[in-house]
Design a binder for this molecule. Structure first.
Ligand SMILES: Cc1cc2nc3c(=O)[nH]c(=O)nc-3n(C[C@H](O)[C@H](O)[C@H](O)COP(=O)(O)OP(=O)(O)OC[C@H]3O[C@@H](n4cnc5c(N)ncnc54)[C@H](O)[C@@H]3O)c2cc1C
Length: 285
C-alpha cells in the first residue's frame, strides 16, 4: 500500500488565514483543495509537503456568480458544481463540454477548478477551455490581489505563476463569446485526453469571426494563437475552419507516450480544433 510521508495538517478559516499559514510555515507547505491530484502524488512520494493547509471550509471561494459581462468562479467550485450550473451551461457550453469528460462523478464531486488549474497538468481539461475564453485568474497574497490572464498563468508542465505563499481565489471569465465548445479524444470514457481542443467565437455581419479563442490539451501547449490570428477577421466558412485546424496542428508540440505517437496527436489537435470551431460557430448562430 502506498502511503504519504509524514506531514502536518491545519484547516484554514479564511483566505487570509491560509496565506498567513503558508507564509509562516514556508515553501514546503501546500494548500489542499479536492486532494485528487495532490494526495495521489504524495502517496507516490512525487510530492512531499511538510504541511498541508486545508481550504475546504472556505465557502467564500465556492461561489458561481454572473455579473455584467463576466462569470466569476471561486477557486473551490467543484467540477460537479460547474457541471450542475444551468447558467454556466447556457453562457459557456465549452465548460460543460469539458466537465462532462473529466474523470468520473467521484473525482468531479471532490475535485475543484482551482486545484485543476493550479496542478497545471498538461493533460488537464479546463486549462485549454479557460485559455480559449480568455479567463483571468485572481491570486491573493499578503500584499493583496493580483489578476493574471490564464494565457500567462501556466509557466510550464505542473508550474504556474502562483507563488508559494499565495492562493488562487477566483477565475473571472469575460462573456464575449457567442458560441463555444470542447472536444476530446480519450482511450476510454473518463480517461485523460490523448488530445482535446476548446473553441470560443464571436461573429459579426456576414458570419465574419470578430474574436476567437482556441485552447489545446495534451499536445505540448495550451494556446493556439497562430490559428486564432488566421481566423480572426475571416468568414467562418468550412474552408477557413479547416485551415485554422491545420495551423493549430502545425504549431502544437505533442510528445509520444502511451497515449499515442506524435503524428496521431498532431492530427487529432487539428481535427478537434476544426470540429470544436464548427460546433462553436453553430452554437453562436
Ligand atoms: C482518477 C482521476 C482521473 C482524473 N481524470 C482527469 C481528467 O480526465 N481530466 C482532468 O482535467 N482532470 C482529471 N483528474 C484531476 C481532477 O480534475 C482533479 O480534481 C484536479 O487535478 C485537482 O483538483 P483538486 O481540487 O483535487 O486539487 P488538489 O489535489 O487539492 O491540489 C492540486 C494542486 O493545486 C494546488 N491548489 C489547489 N487549490 C489551490 C488554490 N486555490 N490556490 C493555490 N493552489 C491550489 C495544491 O496545492 C496542489 O499543488 C483526475 C483525477 C483523478 C484522481
Amino acid at each position: 500500500m502506498q502511503v504519504p510521508a509524514h506531514f502536518e495538517y491545519q484547516r484554514a478559516t479564511s483566505v487570509e488565514h491560509a496565506i498567513a499559514l503558508l507564509t509562516r510555515h514556508g515553501p514546503e507547505t501546500r494548500v489542499v483543495a479536492g486532494g485528487h491530484s495532490l494526495i495521489p502524488m504524495m502517496k507516490l512520494r512525487l510530492a512531499q509537503p511538510e504541511m498541508l493547509i486545508d481550504i475546504n471550509d472556505l465557502g467564500e471561494l465556492a461561489g458561481i456568480t454572473v455579473a455584467p459581462g463576466v462569470l466569476r468562479l471561486g477557486a473551490m467550485v467543484r467540477h460537479a458544481d460547474l457541471l450542475g450550473s444551468a447558467q454556466v451551461g447556457a453562457l459557456l457550453p465549452v465548460l460543460h463540454d469539458a466537465e462532462r469528460v473529466i474523470a468520473d462523478p467521484v473525482v468531479r464531486n471532490r475535485g475543484t477548478i482551482g486545484g485543476s488549474v493550479c496542478q497545471a497538468d498538461p493533460s488537464e481539461d479546463l486549462a485549454g477551455a479557460f485559455c480559449a475564453l480568455r479567463a483571468v485568474a485572481v491570486i491573493r497574497g499578503a500584499d493583496g490581489d493580483r489578476a493574471v490572464p490564464m494565457r500567462e498563468f501556466f509557466t510550464g508542465p505542473y508550474e504556474t505563476v502562483v507563488g508559494p505563499a499565495e492562493v488562487l481565489v477566483e477565475l473571472r471569465v469575460p462573456l464575449w463569446s457567442a458560441g463555444s465548445a470542447y472536444l476530446k479524444v480519450d482511450r476510454r470514457s473518463g480517461d485523460w485526453a490523448v488530445a482535446a481542443a476548446a473553441a470560443a467565437v464571436a461573429t459579426g455581419p456576414g458570419g465574419v469571426v470578430t474574436e476567437v479563442g482556441i485552447g489545446l490539451t495534451a499536445v505540448g501547449r495550451f494556446l493556439a494563437e497562430e490559428a486564432e490570428d488566421f481566423l480572426r477577421g475571416r468568414a467562418a466558412t468550412e474552408a477557413n475552419l479547416v485551415e485554422a485546424g491545420r495551423v493549430a496542428a502545425q504549431h502544437c508540440r505533442p510528445t509520444a507516450d502511451q497515449r499515442g505517437p506524435v503524428d496521431y496527436k498532431r492530427h487529432l489537435a487539428g481535427e478537434l480544433t476544426t470540429r470544436a470551431l464548427r460546433l462553436a460557430v453553430e452554437r453562436a448562430a
